[in-house]
Design a protein around this ligand. Structure first.
Ligand SMILES: O=C(O)CCC(=O)C(=O)O
Ligand SMILES: [Fe+2]
Length: 346
């Protein structure tokens, strides 16, 4: 007797079912149209996740910088100089102060649009693992970058009052020809303090993801005030603390300077398709007990299913074997393998 054909749902059907179940359809519609979306706290943040993540971020800053950030005034991060911000060769602010023998006042003589970017925070607190596995974040990341998406990097942006706006850019630093309509990367940001113009929110150009090109010259400038020199199409993202802000990798974004006192804190989960080179190389550094406390998708997200990048033949075999193990476990848990025919939601 002929065996009945077994139909497994396509990746497209699966992600759409997840989106419907989580009540995210209107947000996806907004995302498709505008290239970014804010998921409000009541949907985005289960079980006080935002408060726990904010505390963990302040703890990371204290450990790395040697002093507790001043959350109320933002004074510890006010106009933080570019060389303190993670965009320079000194690892931390304390490093710079020690190496240059600077006192705190001297360290604030300049102004940075970035503040303190604390990279590689996944290992700092279990709450960041929980954030990565949040079903709402994963559903949108999957919609944009597929089930095989990996975490390219996770970092905390911490910023105090400052003068400079952060120039518009895409999160795909490649030539225009390589900016595809469907996302190859996306940024999934936990907004941990209120975002609006006064509080130095992210700035976006709605719909810019459809242009499939980088902003250039004057169109990169975020005007501090309406009518000031710069890109006239920029708008501030308005999001309550506890929201998730997601944007497509092509979307032109930057940030307004913070006029209000206090700290602006966010955690960026930068996601990339599995064939892309990631910012962090997580493969050999995820402890087994970390993998054990999560379902198999955690292994996929933390790059364990990626074989490419071997150093020699033995290493290639070892990486293949690890990737096969994690991909098979994920396939078993989710009921199907990544299939090319399913297209962008693989
Ligand atoms: O500061 C911001 O809101 C933008 C940060 C940014 O460019 C990014 O996370 O890719
Ligand atoms: Fe960016």
């Amino acid at each position: 007797m002929a065996e009945a054909a077994t139909e497994t749902p396509s990746s497209r059907d699966r992600i759409w079912a997840e989106i419907v179940e989580l009540g995210l359809e209107p947000y996806i519609e907004f995302l498709d149209e505008n290239g970014y979306v804010v998921i409000p706290p009541e949907i985005a943040m289960p079980e006080g996740l935002a408060d726990r993540m904010l505390k963990a971020c302040l703890d990371v800053a204290e450990r790395r910088n040697g002093e507790r950030p001043d959350f109320e005034t933002g004074g510890s991060h006010a106009s933080m100089a570019p060389y303190e911000s993670g965009f320079d060769s000194f690892r931390t602010r304390r490093d710079r102060k020690l190496k240059l023998g600077l006192d705190k006042a001297a360290a604030y003589e300049d102004d940075s649009p970035h503040g303190d970017l604390m990279n590689s925070i996944l290992f700092e607190d279990e709450v960041f693992e929980e954030g990565l596995m949040n079903p709402v974040l994963l559903a949108i990341a999957t919609y944009l970058c597929g089930y095989s998406a990996t975490l390219s990097s996770m970092g905390c942006w911490m910023r105090g009052p400052n003068r400079s706006t952060f120039n518009l850019h895409t999160d795909m630093s490649v030539a225009d020809e390589l900016l595809t309509p469907h996302a190859l990367v996306c940024q999934c940001t936990y907004v941990l303090t209120d975002f609006d113009r006064e509080h130095g929110s992210t700035a976006v150009v709605p719909g810019s993801h459809k242009l499939c090109r980088q902003p250039v010259g004057d169109e990169c400038i975020v005007p501090a005030n309406p009518g000031d020199f710069g890109n006239p199409d920029v708008v501030p993202v308005e999001a309550k603390a506890g929201s998730i802000l997601v944007w497509h990798g092509n979307t032109w974004h930057g940030a307004y300077n913070r006029r209000a006192s206090g700290l602006r804190v966010s955690v960026a989960n930068y996601m990339a398709r599995d064939f892309m080179r990631t910012q962090e190389d997580l493969r050999d550094i995820i402890p087994q007990e970390m993998l054990d406390r999560h379902p198999p998708r955690f292994g996929i997200l933390t790059q364990q299913g990626v074989a490419a990048g071997y150093r020699n033949q033995d290493d290639g075999w070892a990486k293949d074997a690890r990737a096969e193990k994690h991909n098979a476990a994920y396939a078993k848990a989710s009921g199907q393998r990544f299939r090319a025919k399913d297209g962008v939601y693989n």
